[in-house]
Write a protein that binds this ligand. Structure first.
Ligand code: FES
Ligand code: FES
Length: 200
């Protein structure tokens, strides 16, 4: 006796920015497409659609994720934060404010992903997570100084075709609370050692 084909659609409830959204999706629908095409939440951008540019970055359970590689059905029950949910009402998140104040963008297409990524970078760093450029990775060493190299490495999954990297690094440093009196972030325009087009 022939078995019935498996259903290819399911109803899922996604918890996005504190609100529940129930929709029926093809199992192959990515979270990115569910956000943009089904829920009209177009703040999250589609760049490469294959996990390489970071434009589609959102937070899932406060961790960074590229939503083009995440199936919507796999995101059920998780806490999803998109760029639309980063601010507190009318109050911009400090990362958003720093990007505005320091021109951390040109065309702005990569910016939602950059901002979501930076929000998590600052939390990851404060929690003591090392990066690939951290010298002392012993837990007792605590968080490393959030240097420009640390910021660039931690933000390296977010590409910017406009090359706004210098300002992006400065904005992340500002939002992380690195005081201006500490001097220019090494590698910034003011530092005089800017690497043109250096990857963030
Ligand atoms: S669109 Fe997802 S990483 Fe590029
Ligand atoms: S600001 Fe244009 S791609 Fe980054």
């Amino acid at each position: 006796m022939a078995t019935a084909p498996s259903p290819t659609y399911s109803a899922v409830t996604l918890n996005i920015n504190g609100e529940k959204h129930t929709l029926t999706v093809d199992h192959r629908t990515t979270l990115l497409d569910a956000l943009r095409e089904r829920l009209d939440m177009t703040g999250t951008k589609k760049g490469c659609d294959q996990g390489q540019c970071g434009a589609c970055t959102v937070l899932i359970d406060k961790r960074r994720a590229v939503s083009c590689l995440q199936l919507a059905v796999a995101a059920e029950g998780r806490e999803i934060t998109t760029i639309e949910g980063v601010a507190e009402g009318e109050q911009l998140h400090p990362v958003q404010q720093a990007f505005l104040d320091l021109d951390g963008y040109q065309c702005g297409y990569c910016t939602p992903g950059q901002i979501c990524s930076a929000v998590a970078v600052i939390e990851e760093h404060a929690a003591g997570w090392p990066s690939a450029v951290t010298d002392d990775v012993r837990p007792e060493a605590g968080p490393p100084p959030l240097t420009a190299d640390e910021i660039r490495e931690r933000m390296s999954g977010n590409l910017c075709r406009c090359g706004a990297y210098v300002s992006i690094v400065q904005a992340v440093a500002r939002a992380a609370g690195i005081p201006a009196e500490a001097g220019p972030v090494p590698g910034s325009a003011q530092d005089g050692s800017t690497r043109e087009g250096a990857a963030a």
